[in-house]
Design a protein around this ligand. Structure first.
Ligand SMILES: C[S@@+](CC[C@H](N)C(=O)[O-])C[C@H]1O[C@@H](n2cnc3c(N)ncnc32)[C@H](O)[C@@H]1O
Length: 224
């Protein structure tokens, strides 16, 4: 690693500046943010808007046609991915909650992307296990139970198309990853996931400090 540490800690003012220079939420997104706010503390699970814009960019930039998401909640990230797909693209959205994803379904319908999204309710490990062997994805997004991140990663990596991307959310976990006084299960799981990916000779990855940390992973071109 270079000894020159080039990074910029954000404060509220800089964050507001960053937001105001990023494409604003449209009417569907604003409505989904407001609807999710009504859920109280759970609303914090929704991905941040700048991350959603970034994910739409990425989906479109890699020309993704098929995608999968583990952890849908009220549908903000799925909406972001679906909007980056072509009209005949497809996204499998996995979650265990009928109630939260009912909110998602409504928003996807209003946004006109419902026909690109197939919602699968049930533990994601079962949904992944039920996929036919030849099903592959250009983009995969992991944002569910932290204890299963490594399992999801191992299930999804072999299904990535050449040039495909796997994204893992919350990989800075509110900064707890480096706080040695914290040793709870999700924190340990995120640390283990980050170490697992960093040591994987099949992949290259970058952990971005967007929102709560987002890791972009792809197969090394020579490992196929
Ligand atoms: C952080 S939220 C996802 C946020 C979402 N990506 C968004 O942008 O709003 C995590 C979601 O994972 C779901 N979840 C938790 N355990 C799961 C499991 N074993 N299988 C599938 N989904 C699960 C929860 O129901 C919750 O909706």
């Amino acid at each position: 690693m270079a000894d020159y540490r080039k990074f910029l800690p954000l404060n509220d003012e800089l964050f507001d500046y960053l937001q105001s220079n990023t494409t604003e939420p449209d009417a569907v997104q604003r409505s989904l943010i407001n609807r999710t706010r009504e859920l109280g503390d759970s609303r914090r699970m929704q991905i941040a808007h700048p991350q959603a814009v970034f994910m739409t960019f990425l989906t479109r930039a890699i020309g993704a046609r098929s995608a999968i998401e583990i952890g849908t909640f009220t549908g903000y990230s799925a909406l972001a991915i679906a909007r980056g797909l072509p009209a005949d693209g497809s996204l499998i959205a996995c979650d265990v909650s009928e109630a939260w994803t009912a909110v998602a379904r409504e928003a996807w319908k209003t946004a006109g992307v419902a026909d690109r999204i197939e919602l699968r309710i049930g533990p994601a490990s079962q949904t992944l296990g039920s996929l036919a062997p030849d099903v592959t994805f250009d983009l995969a997004f992991i944002d569910a139970d932290k204890e299963s991140y490594i399992e999801y990663y191992e299930a999804l990596l072999p299904r990535l198309e050449a040039g495909g991307l796997l994204l893992a959310d919350n990989t800075l976990w509110e900064g707890k990853v480096t706080d040695s006084s914290i040793d709870d299960s999700p924190t340990r799981s995120i640390r283990a996931f980050n170490a697992h990916v960093a040591a994987d000779p099949r992949t290259e990855q970058v952990l971005l400090s967007i929102a709560d940390g987002l890791t972009l992973i792809r197969q090394r071109p020579d490992t196929g």
